[in-house]
Design a protein around this ligand. Sequence first.
Ligand code: CMP
Length: 139
Amino acid sequence: MAIERTLAIIKPDAVRRGFIGDILKQIQAAGLMVRGLRMMRLATAQAELFYEIHRARPFYGSLCAYMSSGPVVVAVLEGENAIARWRDLMGATDPAKAAVGTIRKQFGIDVEQNAVHGSDAAETAAREIPFFFSALEIV
Ligand code: CMP
């Protein structure tokens, strides 16, 4: 199986409620390697660009306002099959529908404030990782 990299975001709701450590601990316990890590606050325009693919969705405006409402933690995760493994660990988009033990089940509030983001495919990761990290920031 190929070694992959994926982008993880600990979203404003989880940062605000003090779950950075808990979430990073579960990422590492799952065997995913943290290769890049930064805390930052997105400007609304940056959130709009990042979530451009959802521009036509009814929740786009609210999503971008939320994602720029407070600091986030962005990370590059690496490992065998890392994209699917991080998505499995996150759980379903809606925390109410996420499996027990997943991060969204444990820490998500609702379908928007769902604690974490992860790239959904290799092509998405290839766009999302350089959105936040230069080559020098990935170790
Ligand atoms: P994420 O995996 O980051 O991808 C897009 C985000 O949009 C998603 O997590 C949620 O934060 C948000 N989102 C998805 N579906 C909805 C929805 N039905 N209503 C509000 N927000 C949503």
